[in-house]
Write a protein that binds this ligand. Structure first.
Ligand code: PLP
Length: 419
């Protein structure tokens, strides 16, 4: 394909074939083990993976379930979220975050994101709790918007970068709220907690956390899968009951539950891949550093920012630019895959008209969703491929963007002052 006089070969947004070919033997052995034992649902392969994943996340427990959405729903329910509760989260996330809240019987309410990290803004959470909630006679925190009790917060560690957990946990504790981390994009991400004076793994900081192992995730199954992590043994037990039709032992149902179990083949595959996750995450960080360097002098785009307290695992590498559609179609012409995560913030999705939010309610999320574009990012991405991506971005931005000279900045500024 021809673009900007440079011949490029196709650079996919994500390459899911390479890692599976690399591990073909290990993964095939998992199938064999399941076939000869016929242990298809639950059993030792699931338990072995649960133990290994808990160790990876530095938590005492991990309970494997059938998807990230179920992980979040079960985590919320096991934390004691009840029908009619309000759960606070962000509008800039995949819809599964709010679907899980609704499926747990609760109502999502939003606070805006931080414009640098794209994660929950601590200031907006503080303002929501201080200015948009009151106490009822029983002392419960009530949302003025819906009149319902606010009981939990779901920070999302989007794109593989953790939300600013210390202040979120502090606010949650002050207002008596549970914290359930949506870590579905953040396997292995770390946060430096000033409070604890150490790095903490994603999924180890709230009462519970949800992970997705959808195939394209940093740790992905060859199908659907998810897990809840927690340091609370009783909570882990509740999730085990919820995922298995509410039964504490076979045919003894304490509550109605769900069919949310993980099958053994997926658990075995995840366990085999988990051994490579730290290496893959390190490669993603190297790829991100390479993009940062290649794109550093391009004034038309904003690069991802990583605060000093964050060690992101770059599930996605997201830049920002004013002519996002133009850039994407230029890259498409050049055979380079891109994505938008996500084009419409949740409060403006048709699915949530009943929540009565309006354009302008969350300006940071709205502005981000119009300008963000995700570049190819996967561990096997090569330096040559990245150089081509950067070259094509430069070719597009240098031809389309008007950059005022230094002297013009002054005259534009003074014209604005006098206007
Ligand atoms: C932020 C976020 N939350 C929740 C989910 C739901 O995970 P799953 O697709 O495994 O149900 C995803 C998966 O895409 C996600 O990215």
């Amino acid at each position: 394909m021809q673009s900007s006089n440079v011949v490029t070969s196709s650079i996919p947004f994500l390459d899911l074939v390479a890692p599976h070919i690399e591990l073909e033997q290990e993964l095939t052995n998992v199938f064999r083990r399941a076939l000869v034992t016929a242990g298809f649902i639950g059993g030792p392969m699931v338990e072995e993976f649960e133990g290994a994943f808990a160790t990876f996340c530095s938590t005492s427990h991990s309970v494997a379930v059938s998807s990230g959405t179920d992980a979040l729903r079960f985590a919320l329910m096991a934390c004691g979220v009840e029908t009619g509760d309000v759960i606070v989260t962000v509008p800039h996330t995949f819809i599964a975050t709010t679907e899980a809240i609704s499926q747990a019987g609760a109502l999502p309410e939003f606070v805006d994101i931080d414009e640098n990290t794209y994660n929950m803004s601590v200031e907006m959470l503080r303002r929501y709790l201080e200015e948009q909630c009151s106490r009822d006679q029983a002392g419960r925190l009530i949302s003025m918007r819906s009149g319902r009790p606010v009981t939990a917060v779901v920070p999302v560690h989007l794109y593989g970068q953790m939300a600013d957990m210390d202040p979120i946990l502090r606010l949650a504790s002050k207002y008596g709220l549970k914290v359930i981390e949506d870590a579905c994009q953040a396997h292995g991400a770390e946060y430096f907690s000033k409070k604890l004076n150490r790095w903490m793994k994603a999924g180890s900081m709230g009462q519970a956390a949800a992970f997705s192992f959808y195939p394209g995730k940093n740790l992905g199954a060859c199908g659907e899968a998810g897990a809840v992590t927690t340091n609370d043994a009783a909570l882990a037990d509740k999730v085990r009951v919820l995922r298995d039709h509410g039964q504490v032992k076979k045919y003894y149902h304490n509550v109605e539950g769900y069919n949310g179990r993980l099958d053994a083949i997926q658990a075995g595959i995840l366990h085999a891949k988990l051994a490579h996750l730290a290496k893959w995450n390190a490669q993603r960080r190297e790829r991100a550093a390479e993009y940062n360097q290649l794109l550093a002098d391009n004034e038309s785009i904003t690069l991802p920012s990583e605060p000093s307290w964050s060690s992101a695992v770059y599930h996605l590498y997201v830049i920002r630019t004013l002519d996002r559609e133009g850039l994407m179609s230029h890259l498409k012409e050049a055979g380079i895959g891109t994505g938008i995560h996500y084009p419409i913030p949740l409060h403006l999705q048709s699915a949530y008209t009943a929540l009565n939010y309006a354009p302008g309610d969350f300006p940071v999320a709205e502005c981000a969703s119009a300008e963000i574009v995700s570049l190819p990012m996967f561990p096997q991405l090569t330096a040559e491929q990245q150089a081509t991506v950067a070259e094509e971005i430069r070719a597009f931005t240098s031809k389309t963007f008007y950059k005022p000279a230094e002297s013009e900045h002054v005259s534009i500024a003074s014209a604005q002052l006098s206007a």
